[in-house]
Design a protein around this ligand. Structure first.
Ligand code: HGY
Ligand code: MN
Ligand code: MN
Length: 421
């Protein structure tokens, strides 16, 4: 039998950046109107993208099923605990076409190469399109992968809701999924050997250092808050300054406080963002009576992350009261930072070296499905460069050649893991 190394080299040489580009183009067409790509969690468009993925994988002869959480899993059966790769197909509003999608396109390419080549395989290989990874709609990120990891269960699906008050369970049902059976989506650790996800970096470390590949050691956690300030809406001309209870002035002080705190050198690594802010009644001649905004606190240090969130909530309350207003702070989602498997990251580094690709070990500021999967089986996260570090915006870009290089790293790592005893 041909030794794995010769088979590896042959298989790796057939990774095709044009096929990857074609997958990306196919998914990019499934979007709402407007700039960039809008394909939100648990919408018909996300399900259409999963259907494209499923049809392609079925066409390659894989066994495909969609679990009750909406994750689509394509399988090449084998005789030993499974290897996996994949990412997500949903996007943020007016995002780019690569966040998550690059990892799914890489999985499709790996499936193509592995099924085309009679490379001897021992293990089951699974290719996964996770559902609802972006927190943009429901606040919580990585929902499909949290359900396979047992971190989100049926009861949560009635608590998590979008801006229109539609719960995640209602949204899942509306697209033909079965939230009542969400707990059946859980993966069994003994069924898995390892999982390797390819993702765009969404930062500019690789570009600025001229590295081909990022090998992630740590994925940030995030605590996401919803803040509602209540003041008094009244006439902007008839109300003197000392009699105002202006909700937007309070919100503005809260926003700048969060930014200032995160920039404090003692909080090196903390990132605080207010991405959404809505003012009511939003009229030129009325003092804002209510403001609703989000806060996203990210950190690689779990204690600091929660301390910052708690401190912000307390400071917001102080600021609100100083203006004769009130504030309500709700925790939308809370995910811990995760240290990924050092052993598996070592296998990824070996693949970079074997392929002659430069790499850099770095933490991820963004959350990822691999972060949740890592609770079930050792997971690795392979970054490819983002042009100028831009992501979650239409200008998001990585060349197909860069994605193909990352795909080869994932494929070689999986081929080596397949040979593990
Ligand atoms: O928000 C994030 O970190 C990721 O894009 N889900
Ligand atoms: Mn992503
Ligand atoms: Mn994202």
């Amino acid at each position: 039998m041909t030794p794995p190394t010769a088979l590896d080299a042959a298989a790796l040489d057939t990774v095709d950046s044009d096929r990857i580009a074609a997958h990306l183009d196919r998914f990019a067409r499934l979007t709402e109107a407007g700039e960039g790509c809008t394909r939100l969690a648990y919408t018909p468009l996300e399900r259409e993208a999963h259907a494209v993925f499923a049809a392609h994988m079925s066409g390659l002869g894989l066994l495909v099923h969609t679990d009750p959480a909406g994750n689509t899993i394509a399988e090449l059966p084998g005789d030993a605990a499974a290897l996996g790769t994949g990412s997500h197909l949903d996007t943020v509003p007016h995002g780019g076409g690569l966040d998550g999608i690059a990892g799914v396109a890489a999985a499709m390419e790996i499936a193509e190469v592995v099924t085309r080549r009679a490379s001897a395989r021992r293990r089951t290989w699974r290719f996964v399109a996770f559902a609802a990874e972006e927190g943009a709609r429901f606040g919580q990120a990585c929902n499909g992968s949290r359900m396979v990891a047992g971190l989100t269960g049926r009861a949560d699906l009635d608590r998590l809701a979008d801006r229109d008050g539609r719960t995640m369970a209602e949204a899942m049902t509306a697209v033909g999924l079965t939230p009542d059976r969400a707990d059946e989506a859980r993966w069994a650790p003994e069924d898995w050997h390892a999982f390797v996800e390819l993702h765009i970096e969404q930062g500019e470390v690789l570009q600025s250092r001229g590295a081909d590949i990022g090998v992630v050691d740590l994925i940030s956690g995030s605590t996401r808050l919803r803040v509602a300030v209540h003041g008094r809406a009244t006439h902007s001309g008839g109300t003197p300054m000392h009699l105002r209870h202006d909700a937007l002035v309070v919100a503005a002080e809260c926003v700048t406080l969060g930014d200032r705190l995160a920039r404090d050198a003692r909080h090196h690594g903390t990132r605080v963002t207010v991405g959404r802010l809505e003012v009511e009644p939003g009229s030129i001649t009325t003092i804002p009576g209510a403001v609703d905004f989000s806060v996203d606190v990210r950190d690689v240090d779990t204690v600091r992350q929660r301390d910052v969130a708690r401190r912000l909530a307390a400071e917001f309350d102080r600021i609100a009261r100083s203006h004769g207003t009130s504030v309500r702070v709700d925790v939308l989602a809370d995910t811990s930072p995760v240290l990924l498997s050092a052993a598996l990251a070592g296998r990824v580094r070996d693949s970079c070296a074997a392929l002659g690709l430069s790499y850099r070990v770095l933490p991820s500021g963004a959350s990822h499905d691999a972060q949740q999967v890592n609770r079930i089986t050792p997971a690795a996260l392979v970054f490819v460069p983002s042009r100028d570090g831009v992501s979650h915006a239409p200008q998001e870009y990585t060349t197909p050649a860069q994605i193909a290089a990352g795909t080869k790293v994932v494929l070689r790592t999986l081929l080596r893991l397949d040979a593990d005893a």
